[in-house]
Design a binder for this molecule. Structure first.
Ligand code: NAD
Ligand code: GLY
Length: 369
């Protein structure tokens, strides 16, 4: 495994600004990123998969910085991104009379990060938290930008808050234990940044997708840094998604319908995003916004990353109707009108509606038999 010098990306949000550190061995060096000398208590939030791999290492590194360090281990998986699991974090905090200076550490993928962030936003009306993302998806996307949430059976990430972490620490070494399917899911969010913001980066991804799948640390380091730079720039301009930030949801309108339609956890979030980008690209082409050849290229890249490019059937009788119904509940929808993130093939994205009939055609043409 190569050792990568630590790099930093700044996210500029006034008094909520913070640093994203990206490098090797950072879990063990986490104390060097912490500057609070008052030694508040800490709670590591992790899950049954990641805890046994990295919690002891983090606990040891945090010991000099905190009066007491405790760990709560949650069940693993998207299906547990619920009120009941969130409550386990509150149980751990209240059970120890944790005060409002207690720092939460989210050690895991996006599910742990989103839930820990929401717990931090709401415990005693707000306590500090640090993101320690351990999946590619979380390092390039979910740990940055302050979106926190849990799922509701009727919709993905529907209950949550905007709440920024104190810092993000991406230890690239953790990616070495990531299962291949999860790596591919993370690549979906990496690929996303190309068509919406940086065509040069899209070309770089095309050239390095195999290296990333082979867990080449140098390639992964470049991808994580470039994705964080793009995300930091977008979030710095539009923290609460009043406009621009919506472009980060390219593919997600379809993806959230896939996840809710199949039941959370059936497809990985990144798999749904990969397929969702194909559908949103095809819809952009049908609307005359982008050349079909650009979408062909995007689809080939998504497939090479090990992701599904055909949508799953989510209803036996009216499949496209079920997609439309679920997408009307998307957070971008206005007055029941679905709004999609669409692309132009020139590295830009925008939010627009589309006729239901056209959306149906796209879904019908790209659903698995
Ligand atoms: P995840 O958190 O479920 O992690 C994927 C799997 O990998 C889990 O089983 C996890 O325990 C395991 N894992 C994590 N790190 C590991 C490691 N280093 N080695 C071995 N196994 C490891 O899923 P994810 O893909 O990281 O995140 C998806 C979630 O992120 C979704 O809930 C999605 O809604 C959310 N998300 C949020 C944002 C945001 O801006 N807040 C953005 C994108 C996605
Ligand atoms: N993942 C989309 C966003 O953070 O806005």
């Amino acid at each position: 495994m190569q050792t990568i010098p630590t790099q930093h990306v700044a996210i500029a949000l006034g008094e909520r600004s913070y640093d994203i550190a990206i490098g090797s061995g950072l879990i063990s060096q986490v104390d060097s990123f912490l500057h609070d000398t008052s030694r508040p208590d800490a709670l590591i939030v992790t899950n049954t998969r990641v805890g046994p791999l990295y919690a002891a290492q983090l606990q040891a590194a945090l010991a000099p910085c905190h009066r007491e360090v405790h760990t709560v281990v949650l069940p693993d998986g998207e299906a547990f991104k619920t009120w009941e699991t969130l409550n386990q974090i509150f149980d751990a905090l209240l059970g120890r009379h944790s005060d409002r200076k207690t720092v939460l550490y989210a050690l895991g993928g996006g599910v742990i990060g989103d839930m820990t962030g929401f717990a931090a936003a709401s415990y005693m009306r707000g306590v500090p938290f640090v993101q320690m993302p351990t999946t590619l998806l979380a390092q390039v996307d979910s740990s940055v930008g302050g979106k926190t949430a849990i799922n509701h059976p009727l919709g993905k990430n529907m209950i949550g808050a905007f709440y920024q972490p104190q810092r993000v620490v991406c230890d690239l070494d953790t990616l070495q234990t990531l299962p291949r399917r999860e790596l591919s899911a993370g690549l979906a969010e990496v690929i996303k940044y190309g068509p919406i913001a940086d065509l040069e980066f899209l070309t770089w991804i095309d050239q390095h997708v195999d290296a990333m799948l082979a867990l080449d640390t140098q390639a992964l380091a470049h991808a994580v840094k470039r994705c964080c730079e793009i995300k930091a720039s977008v979030v710095g301009q539009d923290e609460r998604e009043t406009g621009l930030r919506a472009i980060l949801n390219f593919g997600h309108t379809f993806a959230h319908a896939i996840e809710a339609g199949l039941g959370f956890g059936e497809w990985l979030h990144g798999e749904a995003v990969g397929c969702g980008m194909v559908l949103a690209g095809r819809l952009s082409a049908r609307l005359g916004l982008v050349d079909a050849a650009f979408v062909d290229r995007l689809e080939r890249l998504i497939e090479r990353a090990g992701l599904p490019v055909k949508a799953p059937k989510i209803d036996a009788t009216d499949n496209a109707g079920r997609y439309l119904h679920l997408m009307r509940g998307d957070k971008k929808a206005q007055g029941g009108d679905i709004r999609f993130v669409l692309i132009d093939g020139q590295g830009q994205a925008f939010v627009r509606g589309a006729p239901d009939a056209l959306v149906r055609e796209v879904i019908d043409a790209h659903t698995s038999p």
